[in-house]
Design a binder for this molecule. Structure first.
Ligand SMILES: [Zn+2]
Length: 510
């Protein structure tokens, strides 16, 4: 049976339009999903939108739109972004859907049945921006460090989740499973939170305070805390709480891709909720950094907010996908600037992959009658570099969520091929009538291009498919092969007709 791989993104609040940070996240997840599919796994990839909470109700009221209509419009913008960015998700869940509401209420009841939900009076500081209670030590000069606002003082009777009960099970989990949270810097953060000690957390709000949410089962006066509500999406999308448990049994547990700001909620609260409900803990939690613009945090006041949908109207989508994966390391914050983008475009894509493809196809058209030429002498240096250095580095980096380094390895192989052409001077060989040597060179370069196409496919699927087609290969047949087979050095069918096309990455308009 094929291995399964269930991958999720966090679900963004729909109180605003899609943010570039979310685009970055679905892109990381998409590339990992495509890589896992290349490995031959049965991948299920989920994304969606979080549509409850006071913040959303206020935004709807400010916009003068009925809240159901407001969240439907906003969610549609996120779905359009996913389509425009060529995201290969299998499902898109909205927390206002019936399947989610029913499922998350069952999750609540499961925690209640374990004795982990209790009611108590509470006085605390609440940040509406975070939708979270804050302790004094979370604040900087009395303000939420994320929103720069003073939290509200709240006194009410709420339900609590017995997070403190899971201190030891979580400590055990984090010491036993080294890659449960990746990268290592994020695992360390969680371990430090555990050392500080876990306290029970409020998991409901009174309906008077939060009118837009999912009611607590059996207590209509209380609404589920938005985090309890939305974390459940990873289960409810698979049918948790419904009659059909097929997907849940097939795909759970998940690999969660999330931003560094919500590591605590996933690595501690969510994992404890799952243990409480008698479910398996996630397979892995992969935590990425944030995106800065021109070296600064994005903010409305700096007027440097990047709209992801604008960006792909300005630049080719594939180049945008490449830039983010090549330039933003998963484990730290990264930077976007138009200048950096143009440099990567020109250097790596136009002059790199694009130019190599164009050059090789042009030479085949001119020197080998538009066909894959026969080979006499094998170039062991090239094959060794590819199979012993490039592929192992590529796979290791992708398994470790280092998309930047995997692309770097592919880029080094592109440079290697460029160097081989410069060294061989095929135009001089042609002049000297050494056509066997020209054929040997072109044969190797054609097969090298096929390997490059496989390597870039998770990030640049359309470009990769164009390269397959230009080499006279059937895209569907190629992509149906597992990576272990695609990574082999094979003899491309001699005499296969190539289909040369224009440059893959034309010059950008200035
Ligand atoms: Zn806040």
């Amino acid at each position: 049976m094929r291995q399964v791989y269930y991958l999720t993104t966090a679900i963004p609040y729909v109180n605003a339009n899609p943010h570039i940070g979310f685009a970055l996240e679905i892109l990381y997840a998409d590339v990992m999903a495509r890589f896992q599919r290349l490995l031959g796994k049965n991948v299920y990839f989920l994304t969606g939108t979080s549509e409850h909470g006071q913040k959303i109700l206020k935004a709807a009221q400010a916009a003068g739109i009925e809240v159901n209509e407001f969240v439907a419009q906003k969610s549609a913008a996120f779905q359009e972004l996913a389509d425009e960015w060529n995201i290969s998700h299998n499902d898109f869940i909205r927390t206002t859907e019936e399947r989610h509401i029913r499922g998350v209420q069952k999750l609540w009841q499961a925690a209640e049945a374990s004795g982990d939900i209790y009611k108590k009076s509470y006085v605390g500081l609440y940040c509406v921006g975070c939708e979270a209670f804050k302790t004094e030590k979370d604040l900087e000069s009395g303000k939420c460090p994320i929103h720069q606002t003073e939290p509200e003082q709240l006194a009410e009777e709420n339900y609590f989740f017995r997070l403190s009960k899971y201190q030891e099970p979580l400590e055990f989990l984090f010491s036993e499973t080294k890659d449960f949270v990746v990268p290592p810097n994020r695992l360390l953060e969680v371990k430090n939170m555990l050392i500080a000690g876990l306290e029970d957390v409020s998991v409901s709000r009174s309906k008077e305070k939060v009118a837009w949410g999912i009611p607590v089962p059996g207590d209509e006066a209380q609404m589920m805390y938005v985090w309890f509500n939305e974390l459940g999406n990873y289960l409810t999308a698979l049918g948790y709480g419904s009659a059909d448990q097929t997907k849940l049994n097939t795909y759970w547990p998940a690999v969660h891709v999330i931003g560094k700001d919500i590591n605590r909620f996933h690595s501690l609260l969510w994992v404890a909720m799952l243990i409480s409900a008698g479910l398996e803990v996630p397979r892995q939690i992969a935590v990425h950094g944030f995106l800065n613009v021109n070296g600064q945090k994005m903010s409305k006041s700096l007027n440097n907010v990047i709209d992801p949908r604008e960006l792909t109207r300005q630049y080719p989508l594939e180049a945008v996908r490449y830039f983010f994966m090549r330039e933003i390391p998963f484990d730290t914050d990264g930077n976007f600037s138009h200048q950096q983008f143009r440099e990567r475009y020109q250097g790596d894509l136009a002059n790199g992959i694009g130019n190599l493809t164009y050059r090789v196809l042009t030479m085949m058209e001119k020197y080998s009658a538009g066909q894959i030429p026969p080979v006499r002498e094998i170039n062991h240096a090239l094959i060794n570099f590819l199979t012993k250095e490039t592929w192992p580095a590529y796979s290791e980096h992708l398994n470790n969520w280092r998309f930047d380094r995997a692309l770097e390895a592919a880029g080094k192989f592109v440079s290697f091929c460029d160097q081989i052409i410069s060294d061989a001077e095929p135009w001089a060989l042609v002049k000297a009538g050494k056509m066997n040597e020209v054929n040997d060179l072109l044969y190797h370069l054609a097969e090298a291009l096929r390997h490059i196409a496989v390597m870039i496919w998770p990030v640049l699927p359309e470009t990769a498919e164009k390269i397959f087609t230009q080499l006279g290969l059937d895209v569907a047949l190629e992509l149906a092969k597992p990576l272990a087979e695609l990574q082999q050095w094979v003899e491309l069918t001699v005499g296969n007709k190539i289909q040369k096309a224009g440059p893959l990455f034309p010059r950008l308009a200035t």
